[in-house]
Design a protein around this ligand. Structure first.
Ligand code: ATP
Length: 157
């Protein structure tokens, strides 16, 4: 099977780089797959999860903040605010971030500026993505599954 070269780059580090079979990305206008020989495209990404599939290896999941993806026939470059591999995620921290964001968003709106509200909505989406990715990994591990069929894995919640 032809592979594509994935570079997953966050603001502070290169999180993952390898030749892979398939990448599933959280596009702002919908989840999409990038495989080798994909037509060139650029996409805005929203906070969510990335699935990386490589033959002979366990599927990898990453939680990402918003950003961009550039897809070319032999390469996928993902530039995001933040990215963590499932095993790096601190669930308690993500839960605390979710609690803070929900508290802010559910409190009275007066004297709240739109910019802060949008920032909190994005923080909430990042925290939910982190929890989803971390829990998905735990579920896959407990099932002992090597690969979860896609898109079934996206519909677990
Ligand atoms: P928090 O309020 O907990 O800092 P945040 O969404 O504002 O969450 P970011 O600004 O997106 O955090 O990320 C800052 C750094 O912390 C990045 O390097 C990111 O990968 C890391 N990070 C954030 N939350 C977690 C988490 N729950 N587990 C592991 N790393 C995290």
């Amino acid at each position: 099977m032809a592979t594509t070269h994935l570079s997953l780059i966050a603001q502070d580090r290169i999180v993952y780089e390898d030749d892979v079979d398939m990448v599933i990305l959280p596009g702002a206008s919908g989840v999409f797959a990038a495989l080798a020989k994909h037509a060139p495209m650029m996409a805005v990404l929203q906070p969510g999860e990335i699935l990386v599939r490589k033959q002979g290896e366990e599927d990898r999941y990453f939680a990402v903040g918003g950003g961009f993806a550039e897809v070319r026939p032999d390469e996928v470059v993902v530039l995001v605010r933040s990215a963590e591999a499932a095993e790096e995620i601190d669930i308690a921290r993500a839960e605390e971030a979710r609690r803070r964001a929900q508290e802010y968003l559910s409190s009275p709106e007066k004297e709240r500026d739109m910019e802060q509200r949008l920032a909190m909505e994005a923080a909430l989406r990042r925290s939910l993505a982190r929890m989803k990715v971390a829990r998905k990994r735990a579920a896959v591990r407990s099932r002992g599954a090597e690969q979860t069929p896609y898109p079934q894995s996206q519909q677990e919640e």
